[in-house]
Design a protein around this ligand. Sequence first.
Ligand SMILES: [Zn+2]
Length: 399
Amino acid sequence: MPELQNDIGHGKETWPVLRSKGVGASGGVPGMAEHDFNSAVGIETKRLLKGKISSYEAQPANSNDVSLIRRTNLYNARYASKKDSIGMSHHGNAGASATRGFGVFYWHDHAPSKKLAEIVLAEYKAEFPDLPIWATGLWPCIPDTWSEFHMTKATKAPFVLIEWEFFTNNAARKLMLSSNYRKRCGLVAARSACRWYGIKFEDQPAKKVVVEKVKPNPIYSLDKADRIGTVVIGKEPMNYRTEPNIKAPILKELPAGLGSDPKSPVHLYEIKGEWLRLGTGWISNADNAYAKVTLYPKKPTPPKEEAKKESIKEEKKLLNVAIVVNSFADMPAVHKLSIRLGCGIYFREAVKTKEAKELIIAGGGVKGLDKFADKITDLSGATRKLTDDNVDAYMKKLK
Ligand SMILES: [Zn+2]
């Protein structure tokens, strides 16, 4: 039987004892311990999978926290004997009070984990078509960034970390406190696991929760080539929004000082007025007061047409010597000379400005060319043969 590594985020002591991973009552909605929610989802997932897929919890439900390293060691030991196992870690998200939505994390370059994440997202959307999704819902865990999660990084099986909703948002927490939502999250997890293995899953759909529709968030490029600099967040935590607009939904809160460690740079992709895009979201940096921006040096841009012309003129000034011929028939005579001097050959009619300090004329005589050079050497002979002889004599003198 295939196995699900059914991970239950955190432990029962984290909230309220350790004042972490939970929130007090607000907006008329009671407080919540994240581990309570994670346990309920994990228990329901296990129950629904019974007889189809075995499930293994390195962190027991409603128990004290097992360290992340111990958890991943246990999961990897299971994986060693069950190479077809997969994993899901259940969580509730925390952020700014306006932020909400479902999101699933996977290790950025592990294709099977990404595939599993896509399945979970698709099953979530099918079960909750009217509930919000956090950005695109798919979150790659990227090394040296805030999303470098131990659970997705250290596990060997295809593994996802699911943020089922934000308990820091009152409406979302109200949902997360309901047994209906908890059970249906378990259902999404169980259906996803069955879909992964191609196992048929049948159950009665629970009553739908009616929630207002939410506008989908824009998709931004995260290409390395599109990075234009780095950013260090100042002394205040900053709201990270879906769009460069103070009314746009908040994805999360970025902590003060984020990006100050050079090992974990915060990459800057775009600037729009006072707004900075750091990956998939934006922060406002009015009067440059909230974040320090370091731009990468600009890529050299090709010079404008005028500048190009100027540089060609400059090159012409640098020419020391050029050969001028009367016609194509004079070319053989000066061929060797041009190679010897490393200079160009001009047709008389083409010389309309000063081309070089010295002009060597081989055919046709000076005839007005003297105004185009400081020095003229006329090797033209009365016949082509005499011109050849003059060129030969000139070359001998050069030796
Ligand atoms: Zn958590």
